[in-house]
Design a protein around this ligand. Structure first.
Ligand SMILES: [Zn+2]
Length: 66
């Protein structure tokens, strides 16, 4: 099971620059990234607020209890 299932993920449908597939935005120790489900293309995001299109869902990490 991939990790995105456990938490709310920001989806960007059909936004992959390589294959046009569905992508999601997630965060790891290196920071935010956008990854394509179809081809695995991964794009690092310097800061979440530099994203060029409106996000399609609300990230809810702040309400999570770790
Ligand atoms: Zn792709």
């Amino acid at each position: 099971m991939w990790k995105g299932v456990k938490q709310m993920v920001t989806w960007r449908l059909k936004d992959c620059p390589r294959c046009g597939g569905d992508t999601y935005i997630d965060k790891d120790v290196d920071g935010w990234y956008q990854q394509c489900l179809m081809c695995g293309y991964r794009l690092e995001l310097k800061e979440l607020n530099v994203v060029r299109k409106p996000i399609t869902a609300v990230i809810d990490f702040e309400d999570e209890t770790y």
